[in-house]
Design a protein around this ligand. Sequence first.
Ligand code: SF4
Length: 304
Amino acid sequence: MSYRSASSHYKEIYGEKVYRVALDAGCTCPNRDGTKGTGGCTFCSGSGSGEFAADRALPIAEQLVSAKARVGKKSRSHKYIAYFQNFTNTYGDETVLKRKYEEALSDPEVVGISIATRPDSISEKMYGILAELAQRTHVWIELGLQTMHESSAAWFHRGYALSEFERAVERLSAIPGNLEIIVHVILDLPVETKDMMRETIDYCSHLPIHGIKIANLNVLSETSLAEDYEKQPFSLMEENEYIAFLGEIVERLRPDLVIYRMTGDGAKKALIAPLWVADKRKVRNDITAYFSSHNIEQGRKFRP
Ligand code: SF4
C-alpha cells in the first residue's frame, strides 16, 4: 500500500520542496493561564510543545529571517510555510494575531500558514479571519486531539471535551477555500491499550480532515509527566515495537490523509524517555527499512 507524505503533498501543491519554519506568535494557552487549567497537558514542555520555534521576543519578520537561515543551510528551497507552533496560536487578541499572520504572509517566500491550536480556542472572530485567509493563501489548522478517549484525555489534563473538538472540525471543514485540518495524535499513552489507539486512528479516518501528525509519547524534562515518570516509571514501546505498530497504523489510516509526522519530536536535550527517539536519523532509516520490507510505500521522503 502507499500513503501520502507531507513532502509529496507539498510537491503536489507547489511543485517543489517546501519547508515549514517554526515561529512564535507570543501566545499562551487556556490550559495554562487558568482559563481551563494551570498545569497544561502533562507532557507539554515550558515552551508549549514548540521547542524549535524562533525567539518570541522578536518581530515575526525577524523570526522568519533566522528560521529561514537555519533551513537554508540544508536546502536551496525558497518556499516556506510559516508555522505558528507553540502554545495556542488562535488564543488572544484576534487583531494582534491577524497582524502576525499577515506579517508572515507578507514575505514573498512564504506560500502558506500553519496554525497550531486547541479546538476550544477559536472565537467567532477568528473563524472569520481564517475564512478570509483561506480565500487568498493556503491555511493549515492543527488541532491537538491526541486521543479520542475522554478517560485518557483526563489523564493528561487536556482540558476540553471530544464534543468541542468535533464542533471545531465541523466549523473548519465548512470553510471554503484552501483550508486543511491536521489532527495531532499521540500513540503509547500508558493508560491506553493498542486497541484504544487503533480506535483513535479509525475515528480520525472518519473525520472531514486532511492530515495527521502521529507522535509516540515523549517524556520531556520539566513537565509534570516527567515528575510522574520519575515517581513511578511506566513502560513505553521500544523502537522495534513502535515501528511495527506504526506500520499497522499507517495501513489502517484513510489513504488520502497526509501524514506529516510519525514520531515524537521533543528536543533531544530534554528527552527523558524513550531514549531511542533521540537518534532521529537512525529512527528514520529504521522506519524506511521496515516500511520497505512490508511494502508500505510513500510518495516522497518523509521527516519522522
Ligand atoms: S493545549 Fe498545547 S500548548 Fe496547551 S498545554 Fe496542551 S500541549 Fe501545551
